[in-house]
Ligand binder design. Structure first.
Ligand code: ZN
Length: 246
């Protein structure tokens, strides 16, 4: 039987199987381990240089935040906050933490004023450091046990706060744990009249990273890989915010 004509009448040159194998291995080895990293180019990382970012892991010490069967919000907030700190420093930002250990910021004032003293000190850290932005990390609770997923809050009067919230929310809506289970998360950021959003000079957001009242979220919020992805997506949202702004 006559050999069929090859494309353009040229002799087909096939890759030797050994070379093809080596090229496949090189592609796998050289691919970034984190798929999100792929989309952030190196030039975008530079945007964080000279930026001051305050990370505020909510609650701490005597104030556990919300809780469920011994799981305390304050610990999850701190864990995610510390991962985020490392990521932002690695990308050139100056990072200030409102707390790095399990403590409240109330200076041991009497119990009636304890909560407001704590919040005042968080605002003071943000303002005194001339933060370009701040992110306050929290965990949500609601009576409906089916509600899940992260929601970002901003102060209604703050355009920059709104834009930062949108960038972070869009990234968090794509968390792989939900996608892998075909759970669609499609929140828009919400306005919130919270003390820390209302009283700071800098734009900022409160990030409710998930619902402690939901069984799946509870499991995910304690998972190191999920915590890391939350921090990665917050970081990416921050980079996109600065990139679109300055
Ligand atoms: Zn909280």
């Amino acid at each position: 039987m006559k050999k069929p004509a090859t494309y353009l009448g040229m002799e087909e040159k096939r890759l030797h199987p050994i070379f093809a194998f080596i090229i496949c291995i090189l592609i796998i080895v050289l691919l970034p381990s984190n798929p999100i990293e792929k989309t952030i180019s190196l030039s975008r990382y530079k945007i964080l240089k000279d930026k001051v970012i305050v990370i505020d892991p909510g609650h701490g010490g005597i104030d556990g935040g919300t809780n469920f069967e011994g799981i305390l919000e304050k610990n999850i907030n701190l864990e995610i906050g510390m991962i985020l700190k490392e990521k932002l420093i690695k990308r050139g930002a100056t990072v200030i933490m409102t707390r790095e250990v399990d403590e409240s910021l109330d200076n041991d004032v009497n119990s009636r004023n304890r909560h407001s003293e704590d919040l005042k000190n968080r605002v003071k850290i943000i303002d005194d450091n001339g933060a370009d932005i701040f992110v306050s990390i929290h965990v949500n609770y609601i009576k409906n046990p089916n509600k899940l997923g992260p929601i970002v809050f901003y102060y209604e009067g703050s355009q920059k706060g709104k834009e930062l919230a949108e960038k972070i929310q869009t990234n968090l809506n794509n968390l792989s744990a939900y996608k892998n289970m075909d759970i669609s998360i499609n929140y828009s950021p919400a306005t919130g009249n919270y003390y820390i959003l209302r009283n700071t000079l800098s734009p900022g957001v409160i990030i409710e990273t998930g619902f402690i009242s939901n069984e799946l979220d509870r499991k995910l919020l304690l998972d190191k890989g999920h915590q890391d992805e939350i921090a990665e997506r917050i970081s990416k949202g921050i980079i996109e915010f600065f990139y679109s702004h300055f």
